[in-house]
Design a protein around this ligand. Structure first.
Ligand SMILES: [Fe+2]
Ligand SMILES: [Fe+2]
Ligand SMILES: [Fe+2]
Length: 280
């Protein structure tokens, strides 16, 4: 099989992992604290590891990881509906990995896909169990509907955080600079925390997180990547600062300032990396 075909198959898998992560996070945030939520978050983390392995494999072979989001099943209004969607999503993943394992000859990639497949089979079992559990509790509509200024600010933050998560991950995968690679991956994880904090705040207040992103910078040189990353950090720092000033909710103010301080730190880290990169 030629490389282009391998990239196509692995990127399809990667896109679907991306879709699964967002679908499960959406459910976890929407359901609020609890045992089931913890387990769903753990499965979302499994999917993040899958995404990471697939992206690294693609980069090692000289390809570019796709940023497109694959299949998602976001309908339904109750936990039982959602868990049913997750069973279907895992079934789709299982069939696809089985097909790709057959198609790909490279033993290392085959082994990796087999490894991921075993996780997906375990996930399917867990979600089947969750459907039963949720059905016992009844089909309550748990979607929030708050649309005021605070909800808009939080959804804006979620959109921003999701965008930089993808951007820093892509930059981390594509940069040959080892230090930049490591820092970008680290800060992407910090942005995932921000996304979680904002989504939880929104759901606690009766809102409904929309996990969508805006344009992701796709520079190919490390210095260009860092310039784009610094620019977006500076912009968002100002927005968070302004939003913190405007809100009268003291807890929200504290949260927005905490995130803002993290963003300032990111700008400084990226600035140092850029100086070193420019000095080369
Ligand atoms: Fe997965
Ligand atoms: Fe899965
Ligand atoms: Fe952030």
């Amino acid at each position: 099989m030629d490389k282009a075909k391998i990239f196509e198959l692995l990127n399809k898998d990667l896109q679907d992992e991306h879709g699964a992560i967002i679908q499960y996070l959406n459910h976890a945030y929407g359901m609020g604290e609890g045992e089931m939520t913890c387990e769903i978050e753990a499965m979302a983390r499994d999917e993040m590891r899958h995404l990471d392995w697939l992206a690294e494999t693609i980069v090692e072979l000289g390809g570019t990881p796709s940023l497109e989001r694959g299949t998602m099943l976001m309908g339904g209004r109750s936990v039982a509906d959602w868990m049913g969607n997750n069973v279907k999503l895992e079934e789709g993943a299982i069939t696809q990995y089985q097909e790709h394992i057959k198609l790909i000859d490279d033993p290392k990639i085959k082994r990796l896909l087999q490894r991921i497949l075993s996780d997906e089979e375990a996930h399917r079992g867990k979600f089947e169990h969750f459907v039963e559990k949720a059905q016992k509790k009844g089909a309550k509509d748990i979607r929030g509907s708050r649309q005021d200024k605070t909800a808009q600010t939080l959804n804006w933050g979620i959109e921003h955080e999701y965008t930089v998560i993808l951007q820093y991950l892509l930059h981390s995968y594509m940069s040959p600079n080892e230090e930049a690679k490591e820092q970008l991956a680290d800060q992407a994880i910090n942005e995932m925390q921000h996304l979680g904090w904002l989504a939880e705040e929104l759901v606690d207040g009766g809102g409904n997180p929309k996990i969508e992103h805006t344009k992701v910078d796709q520079s190919t040189k490390t210095a260009d990547m860092l310039r784009a990353d610094i620019k977006i950090e500076k912009e968002v720092t100002e927005v968070y600062e302004q939003a913190a000033k405007e809100t009268e909710d003291p807890d929200l103010k504290k949260l927005l300032r905490r995130i803002r301080d993290n963003e300032i730190y990111h700008t400084e880290v990226f600035n140092d990396l850029l100086k070193e990169e420019e000095g080369k």
